[in-house]
Design a binder for this molecule. Structure first.
Ligand code: NAD
Ligand code: DAU
Length: 328
């Protein structure tokens, strides 16, 4: 099988390539990635050939899609805070880029797996007994999540109207190696390593449903192997934690007092809580997460960041300068 991986130099895409190399050595991979601020050829290493280019470049996408059997589409603008300061690249990449891929897979009869997020469902109250399922209505809050929601709807429409073969996954918050230091967990780990205090938005009680990136990627492969075209599958590992609990665990692991953090300005429109019910993926496709112990996964991620400073150091100062300007 020849697989085109868009966004394969980013956090989840690079881990997808490494996971596939380990578990599916027979699969031929090509990465298409624009190497934006979030992409890094070093995360990918020599695990797959890299074509540097934009998913909204119709001629390039058409040529590459024609040479593959499957597109696994990770490429996106992904950071909520950035989408609040400048939504434009989110509309261009997440909507126009996904449209460009859809037109190419339609023309060449190539299968698509579209990687999306649980944020398309909006948020839940802290005490809501419900979790997101595949039938929860879309209700995105931010420019990021609304463009991801739009991209999902484009995929659904191309399946129904043009008969393309495509699946969609909506996953919760990932953690693990190669994550950009703008994101919550690596930001706080590298802050403590740098002698800076972790920064919690608002009251620090927002809840995210954490999943190890390898569990996300094994879920993607389960859908590629056994998923039904036109279907959506939620991927989650029952990892709900408040942001404050995560920061306290990082501080403890790095030998600091539990309360050595700052509460800072909240994110506008900040979603309160995400929670995934992944029963469909588990019962229909037989998937189960391997990293059931979040504390152990977090410890390994702290160690990874401690051991890979050369990977994140070049982005750290500019990222913190941007946050400082925003009062965060
Ligand atoms: P990331 O920001 O780390 O990586 C995104 C990658 O896409 C980068 O390598 C970047 O260079 C590339 N890219 C951006 N614009 C491009 C363009 N126009 N053309 C080609 N490449 C482009 O993102 P991530 O966290 O790895 O997320 C990957 C996908 O998974 C996204 O679609 C995201 O919505 C989805 N997702 C992420 C999470 C999470 O917790 N991070 C959870 C659920 C779903
Ligand atoms: O749910 C899946 C989504 O998870 C993905 O679709 C997104 O691409 C990914 O970025 C992530 O979105 P979040 O907004 O949840 O992730 P982020 O890492 O930005 O923040 C996680 C939580 O931590 C959120 O409640 C905001 C908070 N936060 C974040 C930062 C950067 C802080 O309290 N302090 C911070 O410094």
């Amino acid at each position: 099988m020849r697989v085109l991986v868009t966004g394969g130099a980013g956090f989840i895409g690079a881990n997808f390539v490494h996971w596939t190399r380990r578990h599916r050595p027979e699969v031929e991979l090509t990465v298409l990635d624009a190497l934006t601020y979030a992409g890094s050829g070093e995360s990918l290493g020599d695990a797959a050939p890299l074509v540097q280019g934009d998913i909204a470049d119709a001629a390039l996408v058409d040529r590459l899609v024609a040479e593959h059997d499957l597109v696994v589409h990770f490429a996106a603008e992904t950071h909520n805070d950035n989408s609040l300061s400048d939504p434009s690249p989110f509309v261009q990449t997440n909507l126009v880029g996904t449209f460009t891929i859809l037109e190419a897979v339609r023309k060449h009869g190539v299968r698509l797996h579209h990687v999306s997020t649980d944020e398309v469902y909006g948020d839940l109250e802290l005490d809501d007994p419900e979790r997101f399922t595949e039938s929860t209505p879309y209700n995105p809050s931010s420019p990021y999540s609304s463009t991801k929601a739009g991209s999902d709807l484009l995929v659904r429409a191309w399946v129904r109207s043009f008969g393309i073969t495509a699946t969609i996954s909506n996953c919760s918050n990932n953690y693990g190696p190669y994550q950009h230091v703008e994101k919550f967990i690596p930001r706080q780990i590298t802050n403590v390593l740098d002698g800076l205090r972790p920064k919690l938005y608002g009251d620090g009680l927002n809840v995210r449903d954490w999943i190890h990136v390898d569990d996300h990627n094994s879920g993607v492969w389960a859908i590629v192997d056994k998923g039904r075209s036109g279907e959506t599958y939620l991927i989650g590992a029952d990892g709900e934690e408040t942001n404050r609990t995560v920061v306290e665990a990082i501080l403890r692991e790095l030998g600091q007092p539990d309360d050595a953090f700052d509460l800072v300005k909240d994110r506008p429109g900040h979603d309160r809580r995400y929670a995934i019910d992944s029963s469909k993926l588990r019962t229909e496709l037989g998937w189960a997460p391997q990293y059931s112990d979040f504390a152990a996964g977090l410890r390994a991620t702290i160690a990874w960041n401690r051991d890979h400073e050369a990977g994140w150091r070049p982005q750290k100062d500019a990222t913190e300068a941007k946050y400082a300007k925003a009062g965060q």
